[in-house]
Write a protein that binds this ligand. Structure first.
Ligand code: F6P
Length: 326
């Protein structure tokens, strides 16, 4: 394999706190190994449109603590087409890019997987999404920060829920996965947690609310993952309101605040380790892999495994939630 002299790095898909820390680590690790680095703005869209910027060590000063991504992000429909990827490849050639580091979620890896099959450019992926739904890594960059944001918000809602004897349905992100809901629900002591991974929640929810009413529990927090089979928080709250007229119900959809904010220490640390690991993997002639983090160690997972694999919710966590939400 030809010696790598220039690496490009991009962030793609939904942004996640810690992406800046990951870009910083890629830039600094590459420069440490005397490799030039170029940032691509707006993810694959920018690769197609030629938005390449040279990055120096100074350019990534003071970004480790910033949320969002200074390279900006996008979800590119054009990169899903052969023509789009051909334009991206031509731009990479024009900029003499020898290897690519992509930071994002499963859609980002899917794109990189296809691109690296079609063209001879080694690609390494760093998992960055608040959803934590990627197979092959215990954590994705941004999840810990999002979790903390959700818990902080719910703690506040709990104050007012208890002051007014209310039942709150709180909807959190996660696309079609329930990792944010489950872990935040446990961490903030929610009374019930509704996630897409668990079947038959409607009946259980009714029984649960009956039991809470009998136990004279006056306020409750019911956490709903956005991808829930029963619908979003509004829909579920409406169904419950139709059956339980005495409940004072309110709905709160936390929305995009979950994606913002300064990354936690853990997300900065994770992003820094994975950024360095991505560059070192490329230098080690690795290609089409994700650098992940399992059992506190950096791991290499082939793209096809992480793309095809499905990350299951831990049975132990479900049991903990079951025990603590009674
Ligand atoms: O994948 C990250 C995520 O925040 C999901 O949790 C959510 O479903 C989605 O992105 C929202 O995307 P958008 O920013 O396009 O509204």
């Amino acid at each position: 394999m030809a010696k790598i002299k220039k690496i490009a790095v991009l962030t793609s898909g939904g942004d996640a706190p810690g992406m800046n820390a990951a870009v910083r680590a890629v830039v600094r690790a590459a420069l440490y190994h005397h490799i030039e680095v170029v940032g691509i703005e707006h993810g694959y869209e920018g690769m197609i449109n030629g938005e390449f910027i040279k990055l120096s060590s100074l350019d990534v000063r003071n970004v480790i603590q910033r949320g969002g991504t200074f390279l900006r992000s996008a979800r590119s429909l054009e990169f899903k087409t052969k023509e789009g990827r051909a334009k991206a490849y031509q731009n990479a050639l024009d900029h003499k890019i020898d290897a690519l580091v992509v930071i994002g979620g499963d859609g980002t890896f899917m794109g990189a997987g296809i691109f690296s099959q079609e063209y001879d450019i080694p690609c390494v992926g760093i998992p960055g999404t608040i959803d934590n739904d990627m197979y092959g890594t215990d954590f994705t960059i941004g999840f810990d920060t999002a979790l903390n944001t959700v818990v902080e918000a719910i703690d506040k809602i709990k104050d007012t829920a208890s002051a007014h004897d209310r039942t709150f349905f709180i909807e959190v992100m996660g696309r079609d996965a329930g990792f944010i809901a489950l872990q935040a629900g446990i961490a903030c002591g929610a009374e019930a947690i509704l996630i897409p991974e668990v079947e038959g929640q409607e009946e259980k929810l009714k029984e649960f609310i009956l039991s809470q009413t009998k136990a004279k529990k006056t306020s409750q927090i019911i956490l709903v993952a956005e991808g829930n089979n029963l619908g979003g928080a509004h829909e579920i709250a409406n169904k419950v309101a139709a059956d339980f007229h005495d409940l004072s119900i309110r709905v709160s959809v936390l929305g995009h605040i979950q994606r913002g904010g300064s990354p936690t220490a853990f997300d900065r640390y994770l992003a820094s380790r994975l950024g360095v690991a991505a560059v070192e993997a490329l230098l080690d002639n690795q290609r089409s892999i994700m650098v992940g983090y399992t059992n506190h160690e950096v791991v290499h997972v082939p793209f096809n495994k992480t793309i095809k694999g499905h990350r299951n919710v831990s049975a132990e966590l479900l049991t903990v939630a079951d025990i603590l939400t009674i």
